[in-house]
Design a protein around this ligand. Structure first.
Ligand SMILES: NC(=O)c1ccc[n+]([C@@H]2O[C@H](COP(=O)([O-])OP(=O)(O)OC[C@H]3O[C@@H](n4cnc5c(N)ncnc54)[C@H](OP(=O)(O)O)[C@@H]3O)[C@@H](O)[C@H]2O)c1
Length: 241
C-alpha cells in the first residue's frame, strides 16, 4: 500500500512510518521538515497523489492554536480525496472542555463529515508524555507535575495501531488504545528523572478547571473495551538505558 503519514516525523508518526516500512509499504512523510507545510497545503497534493490511505498524526507544539492547526491540516489532507483517512486522536477528547481537546474533537468531526471513509484512532497519553511535561513545565530546578491519572501507552504501539487500522477497512470510531496499567503522572516524572539522571524536584499540582478535575478524577482513562498495549511504563523506563 502507499501510506501517507502527516506528522511522520513526530513521536507517534515516526513510529507509524517505521512500522509501515518494516511491513513493506510505500511510505510518504508529510511534515515541515520533509518540505511540506500542511497549514498552507503547499506541496501536499503532489505528495498525496496515489496514496491508498492517509494517517494524520500531526500535532502542534508550543503556543500554536490547535483548533486552527488541525482544521487547516485536515482540509489539506482531504482535498486530495484519499480513499481512507486515519486520524490519531485523544481518549475522551469530546468530554473535556480544554482547548487542545476541543480541537481534537473538532478534527474528528471534520474527518467524519468530510465524505471520505475514515477511522478515528484515539489513544491515551504516551509514555513519552513524562519527558514532555518534564521539559515543558520546568522552571529552574522545579518541575510541575499535574496530578493526573493516566494509562500511558508506548508511542511504538501507537504506530503499530495506526498502521493496523490503515491496513484495514475504514472503521469510523475505533476502540481506544491505552497502555497496560494505570499510572500517576508525578510518579512517572520522578521515575523518568531518576532513570535519565536529571536533577530537579517534581512538584505535584492540582490543575484548575475542567481539565484539572478530569485529570485527577480519572477522566483521561480509556473506556472498558479499550485495546491494551503490552509495554508498561516501567519497562519503557528500563529501556531508556
Ligand atoms: N503525545 C501524546 O501523549 C498524545 C496522546 C494521544 C494523542 N496525541 C495526538 O497525536 C498527535 C501526534 O502527537 P505527537 O506527540 O506524536 O506529536 P509531535 O511529536 O509534536 O509531532 C507533531 C508532528 O506534526 C508535524 N507538524 C507540525 N506542524 C506541521 C505543519 N505545519 N505541517 C506539517 N506537519 C507539521 C511535525 O513535524 P514538523 O515539525 O517537521 O513539521 C511532527 O511530525 C497529536 O495530534 C496529539 O494531539 C498525542
Amino acid at each position: 500500500m502507499r501510506i501517507a503519514v502527516a506528522g511522520g516525523t513526530g513521536r507517534a508518526g515516526a513510529q507509524a512510518v517505521s512500522v509501515a516500512r518494516e511491513r513493506g509499504h510505500d511510505v510518504v512523510v508529510l511534515s515541515r521538515s520533509a518540505g511540506i507545510d500542511l497549514t498552507t497545503g503547499d506541496g501536499a497534493a503532489a505528495a498525496l497523489d496515489g496514496a491508498d490511505v492517509v494517517i494524520d498524526a500531526s500535532g502542534v507544539r508550543g503556543k500554536g492554536d490547535p483548533a486552527a492547526f488541525h482544521t487547516a491540516v485536515l482540509q489539506a489532507l482531504v482535498a486530495s480525496r484519499p480513499p481512507h483517512i486515519v486520524v490519531l486522536s485523544i481518549v475522551n477528547c469530546d468530554r473535556i472542555d480544554y482547548p487542545l481537546y476541543r480541537a481534537k474533537a473538532a478534527q474528528e468531526q471534520a474527518a467524519a463529515s468530510s465524505g471520505i471513509p475514515f477511522t478515528i484512532a484515539r489513544a491515551t497519553q504516551f509514555h513519552e508524555f513524562a519527558p514532555q511535561v518534564w521539559e515543558f513545565a520546568g522552571v529552574g530546578p522545579v518541575h510541575i507535575a499535574p496530578k493526573m491519572r493516566t494509562q500511558p501507552v508506548a508511542a511504538r504501539e501507537v504506530g503499530e495501531r495506526l498502521v493496523d487500522l490503515a491496513e484495514s477497512e475504514p472503521a469510523g470510531r475505533a476502540a481506544d488504545l491505552a497502555g497496560p496499567r494505570e499510572e500517576w503522572l508525578p510518579d512517572m516524572m520522578r521515575a523518568y528523572a531518576a532513570a535519565s539522571r536529571r536533577r530537579g524536584v517534581v512538584v505535584p499540582l492540582a490543575l484548575p478547571g475542567a481539565f484539572g478535575r478530569a485529570a485527577r478524577g480519572g477522566g483521561l482513562l480509556p473506556s472498558p473495551d479499550a485495546v491494551l498495549g503490552r509495554q508498561t511504563f516501567a519497562q519503557w523506563i528500563a529501556a531508556l538505558g
